[in-house]
Design a binder for this molecule. Structure first.
Ligand code: KG4
Ligand code: ZN
Length: 351
């Protein structure tokens, strides 16, 4: 079975074709095309929804065409279904993908599968990838065992989810204010780093001392699986205000210290959930999962706990927004809806 995925929830316009044979555990990637309007937003230091939606309109058809063309000899007849992100996200951006998917479903007479973007970030772990592309998978059997804990860390969300099997998801906790990616982005702005702050802070942190500043680890000891990152941002703000001129060295030290604080909380709470639910696998997903410090700290903490839990994280290009994860999520949550009933829901969350 082959699914065409379409993702337009924010500033990426993406389309992908993935295949799953009935005998396969995982999903094979046939094509994966992503175009981003990020450079336009970098100029203004944040995403302008109107600009993002206009760019989605410009790119959605060329990106879909390219995703189909990249699959050798694939015809429209070979596509079994269309999967599209219906939320959460920016309403203008979401509508472009949803209306395009509806039109194609009608013209091509294909079933349409609505997908929750957050599920997509989890199911990115179910895409079969070359171990060269994804070193976290090297030497490891690519079989996810259940129960599993998934940590979704993106620009808008920080959530811990229990997976009893490859379809049953139960939300355990999430951020009460800023998401981890949002904290990176806002702190990046305080440090006058380019947008988005996540990769910029990761870059600046490379030469920095993570113990130069002690920033709070919010809610690390709370008796639940919730997060809070707005206090961390406020603490960095107070620190920055006391510094007359931010030197490159100070920016590096603050970046390394902030990154360490965020990673500490994410790793601690994920392991806590993993122990409480006696899981066999931990899955990481979302844009912040592209952060090398988070990837390696989570992996080494699992090893340090002498735990046999398997760790999965997609290659970095499948952590940030893409359509391969949306098409993959559709295989595991295959619920066709008549195209007439499909609507975008910017507030969609875990049920
Ligand atoms: O999943 P994503 O591409 O879009 C949303 O669904 O929000 O995530 C974007 C977020 C941004 O906040 C960005 O700063 C963060 O992911 N991000 C990173 C890194 N790459 C992207 N955060 C930390 N380190 C990175 N390398
Ligand atoms: Zn995302």
């Amino acid at each position: 079975m082959k699914i065409l995925g379409i993702e337009t929830s924010c500033d990426e316009t993406a389309a992908a074709v993935v295949e799953k044979k009935s005998t396969d555990e995982n999903v094979r990637l046939l094509s994966n095309v992503v175009v981003s309007s990020l450079p336009l937003h970098a100029k203004t230091g944040g995403i302008i929804p109107e600009t993002a939606a206009r760019e989605q309109i410009k790119y959605v058809i060329p990106v879909i065409n390219e995703a189909i063309e990249q699959c050798n000899n694939l015809t429209i007849d070979d596509i079994d279904a269309i999967a599209v992100t219906i939320g959460p996200g920016l309403i203008g951006s979401l509508l472009v993908g949803v209306e395009t998917a509806k039109t194609l479903a009608f013209i091509w007479q294909k079933p349409i599968i609505p997908v929750n973007h957050l599920f997509g970030h989890i199911y990115a772990n179910f895409v079969c990838e070359d171990s060269k592309l994804n070193p976290a998978m090297a030497g490891q059997k690519s079989k996810i065992e259940f129960p599993a804990i998934a940590l979704v860390v993106s620009g808008g969300h920080t959530d811990l989810v229990l997976m009893k099997d490859d379809k049953k998801l139960r939300w355990l906790g999430g951020t009460r204010d800023d998401a981890a990616g949002e904290a990176f982005d806002k702190i990046g702005r305080l440090l006058k780093l380019p947008y988005p702050g996540g990769p910029a802070i990761e870059g600046a942190a490379l030469g920095g001392n993570p113990r130069a500043f002690h920033f709070p680890r919010p809610m690390i000891d709370s008796n639940d699986f919730d997060f809070s990152f707005s206090g961390l941002k406020a603490s960095v703000f107070r620190e920055v205000k006391t510094i007359k001129q931010l030197s490159d060295k100070t920016i590096s030290d603050i970046s390394a210290s902030v990154q360490e604080a965020i990673v500490d909380v994410l790793v601690f709470k994920t392991l806590k959930a993993a122990q409480e639910y006696k899981v066999k696998s931990i899955l990481l997903g979302g844009g912040v999962a592209a952060n090398q410090k988070l990837r390696s700290e989570l992996k080494s903490s699992i090893i340090n706990h002498k735990s046999s839990i398997k760790f999965f994280v997609p290659s970095k290009s499948l952590c940030t927004d893409n359509a391969a994860m949306i098409a993959t999520a559709a295989f595991f949550n295959y619920k066709e809806v008549p195209w007439q009933n499909l609507t975008a829901n910017p507030e969609l969350y875990f049920d």
